[in-house]
Design a protein around this ligand. Sequence first.
Ligand code: CA
Length: 228
Amino acid sequence: MTQILIVEDEPALADSIRYSLEHEGYTCAVVMEGDRAVEFARSWRPDLVLLDLMLPGMPGADVCREIRKTSAVPVVMVTAKDTEADKVIGLELGADDYITKPFSMRELIARVRAVLRRAEQKAVSEIGGSTLVGGPVHLDTDRHEVLVRGDRVDRPPKEFSLLEALLRRPGKLWTREGLIARVWGDDYYGDTRTLDVHIKRLRAKIERDPSGPEHLRTVRGLGYRFDP
Ligand code: CA
């Protein structure tokens, strides 16, 4: 049984989301206030949270942060505008994905399925102790070793950290700033081109065709994403 918590304060939209997801075989619960959503997520332990950004009680962004304190449950943010999506990702709330209103139920279901699948892959890839696996890459954090399709590749420290960050959150949309903070630290003042150069080097090692990357993808206008 896969449980989805729908946090949405527009009753008609909440109903149609619930109806569509239940039709797909998911078990759903609807909560309309942000503060109640945090408590409910803790007790009900959903497999995925669909979280509206604009909510009474507590804003969606704060709900996401609160949930993240105690749980790694995938969170899909629902935003009213594309410009909000930038902010959601930029805030590094720990959301796994977002969808912009208005969306079709087909689009929503596809997104939910994809996020659940990634969460499952992530659970599997973390089983191997110090080894992270994503697509063709095996990264061993203890041995400081990287294998691509079974072949050992060289691993300068920053490339290694960058690859590790990407592998730990498959499918996560990273802003350039978010990745730089993660790998170089918050106090890094160089320009984002340094990151782009490292991405290019990693692609040369990982991708079959570095000019048409299948794994280390560019998300236009936002940043990067690693698809296993
Ligand atoms: Ca709302």
